[in-house]
Design a protein around this ligand. Structure first.
Ligand SMILES: [Zn+2]
Length: 145
């Protein structure tokens, strides 16, 4: 599967994807107040952060470029597609609820790695910048081909 790396198409895809994503996780996302609040928050996060992961600052469009070229791989989830080409919602405090104060959009790679292992500040300030360097090496290699 080839994922679009165009910002406007990506945003359109998200607008189409998010209503059913919310509905499938209604209880989990109840802290957002409503489906519309959730969708607006999510889309605003994308736009305000220029499509970048909160932690490593990689553009999700560059993640897709690496996926499309087989440089990195996603992870298949039964009945739930592939983790990798879309943002995931990370809770800064993993025991807190899903709401606007506790949630950020993260790439799958940071979200999976941070898990409950690292606290928010450590991930943001120590690990995120290291991952950013790794993305840069991979993207530079790809663009040099
Ligand atoms: Zn990231």
């Amino acid at each position: 599967m080839i994922y679009s790396t165009d910002t406007l198409i990506f945003l359109q895809e998200q607008s189409l994807r998010l209503p059913s994503y919310y509905s499938s996780n209604r209880a989990k996302f109840s802290g957002f107040g409503s489906k519309d609040n959730f969708i607006n928050w999510y889309l605003d996060q994308i736009k305000n952060n220029d499509c970048k992961c909160h932690y490593c600052k990689v553009s999700i469009l560059d993640v897709r470029l690496l996926l499309n070229n087989g440089v990195i791989h996603g992870r298949s989830v039964k009945g739930n597609g592939l983790r990798g080409p879309n943002f995931e919602i990370d809770r800064k405090n993993p025991v807190g609820q899903y709401d606007v104060n506790n949630c950020v959009l993260s790439c799958y790679y940071c979200n999976n790695d941070k898990s409950n292992t690292f606290d928010y500040a450590t991930y943001l300030n120590v690990i995120g910048p290291v991952r950013a360097q790794i993305w840069k090496v991979l993207l530079d290699q790809l663009r040099a081909v």
